[in-house]
Write a protein that binds this ligand. Structure first.
Ligand code: UT7
Length: 327
């Protein structure tokens, strides 16, 4: 039987131990702590140890989320791993996470929606749970983007960090996911991409030489589109759920740049003190960003039962998403 609504029953996150500070970056590229903090809001980020993969971070976050939902890995029916930096092209990151956490009963697949992956993943899980197809869906937003960063490119290497966040989605009789909006515009695909190593340009001496395996971003273009995309997605999600802006107690934005977050809140007329920020500690962790932020906001007592919160995100594709949740 289909359920009226789904909600988040458990959350968890994991970041690597190694901290890379702005001061460390000053020794690697021509940049300054002051530039990075004032232009982005980032002070430090976490970087995974060599030999580890996205599935290691994803599995660590997943185990915490399953336990906080009061479940066992064998209770999970479906694993959705939102990532654009899987350990390898195949098998999927979701299958590697499944093996690492021992969720033998689950179906597993990856979802590629870059930084919007967690909201895309929750939206997909919500549909599966409401349709009655699956009971306990694990959504993991995880990216080890440091493996795709050109550590000599100051325009990108200061922005990103590694991490994973996970949520267990189950049916709920009240509250839960009230609305979600996901969107995309492939016309802007060129603005943010990793061009090499795929089917179009398989790995070769030439693709390595021309650094095509690294992330490229046209930062200022993405900046403008991100502000509009996130603000519009939030407005639509609020409208669809019949929620007024002043009912929202916490906004969890994609943690890419403090200036983007400020511009989105300004555009929406949303008070800055209700916006949750942790990008100073982690930088932009791509698909993990909103997941880690949501988890920390709950841990820090910023979200209480019954509260209405909004998540908003944006990334390569271009893609965007927003979701209204009643806790
Ligand atoms: O998660 C997916 C979504 N991604 C994003 O949302 C990121 C969106 N973009 C941004 O956050 C910003 O565009 C950046 C932080 C990437 C760049 O900030 P900006 O204010 O757009 O700077 P800019 O690219 O226009 O560059 C301004 C100057 C340039 O120097 P000139 O040409 O004015 O002399 C850059 O070369 O800043 C220079 N610059 C740096 N200087 C010191 C760029 N990176 C650095 C750096 N340190 N790390």
């Amino acid at each position: 039987m289909s359920s009226p609504r789904s909600g988040i029953a458990g959350l968890g996150f994991a970041v690597p131990e190694r901290v890379l500070t702005n001061r460390d970056l000053e020794k690697m590229v021509e940049t300054t702590d002051e530039w990075i903090r004032t232009r982005t809001g980032i002070s430090e980020r976490r970087i995974a140890a060599p030999g580890t993969g996205t599935s290691d971070l994803g599995a660590a976050a997943a185990i915490k989320a399953i336990s906080s939902a009061g479940l066992k890995p064998s209770d999970i029916d479906l694993i959705i791993a939102a990532t654009t930096t899987p350990d390898m092209p195949l098998p999927s990151c979701a299958c590697l996470i499944q093996q690492k956490i021992g969720a033998q009963q689950a179906a597993a697949f990856d979802l590629a929606a870059a930084c919007a992956g967690f909201v895309y993943g929750l939206t997909t899980a919500d549909s599966f749970v409401r349709s009655g197809a699956y009971r306990n869906v694990l959504v993991v937003g995880a990216d080890q983007i440091s493996s795709f960063i050109d550590w000599t490119d100051r325009s990108t290497c200061v922005l990103f960090g590694d991490g994973a966040g996970a949520a267990v989605v189950r049916s709920r009789s009240e509250g839960g996911i009230l609305s979600s909006v996901i969107g995309s515009d492939g016309a802007h695909a060129e603005l943010l991409k990793i061009a090499g190593g795929g089917s179009c340009r398989p790995a070769s001496a030439e693709t390595l030489e021309s650094k095509q395996h690294f992330l490229y971003m046209s930062g200022s273009e993405v900046f403008k589109l991100a502000v509009r995309g996130m603000a519009d997605a939030v407005s639509t999600a609020l409208e669809r759920s019949g929620t007024r802006m002043d009912e929202v107690t916490c906004l969890i934005p994609h943690q890419a740049n403090q200036r983007i977050i400020d511009a989105v809140s300004e555009r929406l007329g949303f008070p800055k003190e209700k916006v949750f920020i942790n990008l100073d500690k982690y930088g932009n962790t791509s698909a993990a960003s909103c997941a880690i932020a949501l988890c920390e906001a709950v841990e820090q007592g910023r979200i209480h039962k019954g509260d209405k919160i909004v998540m908003a995100t944006f990334g390569a594709g271009l893609v965007w998403g927003a979701m209204v949740i009643q806790w």
